[in-house]
Design a protein around this ligand. Sequence first.
Ligand SMILES: *Cc1c(COP(=O)(O)O)cnc(C)c1O
Length: 347
Amino acid sequence: MHDIVDLRSDTLTLPTPEMRDAMARAEVGDDVWEEDPTVKRLEALAAERLGKAAGLFVASGTMGNLISVVSQTQTGQEVVVDLDSHIFNYEVAGAAVVGNVQMRPVKTARGFLTPEQVREALRPANIHLPPTGLVCIENTHNRHGGTCCTPEEISAIAAVAHEASVPVHLDGARLFNAAIALRRPARDFVRDVDSVTFCVSKGLAAPVGSVICGSREVIAKARRVRKMLGGGMRQAGIIAAAGIVALERMVDRLAEDHANARTLADGVAKLPGLSVDLASVQTNIVIFRVERGGAAATAELVAGCAARKVKIHAIGPASIRCVIHKDIDAEDIGRTLDAFAEITRKW
Ligand SMILES: *Cc1c(COP(=O)(O)O)cnc(C)c1O
């Protein structure tokens, strides 16, 4: 049980004592000179887990996605993304501003492009058209509530893109949540993608960072782009050390977060005035709707919870998102449901 139950995001996770210890002891060097042994260890570990030749430690998921786009496209190309993707919605148009590429958002049913949609989005050779430079996929899908696609679905998309010689990037900020939920090795999801980023922060609880994995060629380019963006860090082993603990110790326990998310969703489903699509609750995110009273009721729920030391986050006028993570336990879920019940009883 925690004094404050903070369900606003899994980015709020605090580093574990083991991480702090590893950080204090980390052997370090200048990573721009490729002389930081701890950063190298994290990159090698990440690449090994994902079955890729190389890895690159970066400051954030946003930076990892931007570097992946810039290092695999050319000015004036088009990047095919799902309309609800994080890259398109929440990354400050970095790909357009820095990468000089155009985004091609495609509306999808579940946040995942189908192979047919990718085929339709690929541009034919024509003097009027921007050439397609990259296809991006997101797993788990943030805006769709942490939903997963399977390794086979990703491979099917990649096959279509690769037929047209277009590379594929996977935004796997929460890839390990998908791997745990579907009980598949993380490497299965990325077998056919050219680059993947995942966060060691978020649910894996490291304080800082993401890792890009791919072929040696892609990662060599990515290393140059990282430097260009000012992301070349020096004794970064201090933070990479926590990333190693994240990968080695924090992946399997994500199952607990998923179980807690399920309990929360089942509880919400029973409350009058709230509704949740239980099929969309597949990992650590629960998005539910406030069915009566609109924005005022949503604000009342958020404020009422805050008064009870439960922090939740409205993502729309009648929509709340709760994200479960390692600093939330089963008792905290009980307290949250009690708060929801007390507040909605008056509606
Ligand atoms: C959080 C997130 C990112 C960005 O990660 P930051 O480390 O916050 O920059 C990218 N993609 C998805 C799907 C995310 O959920």
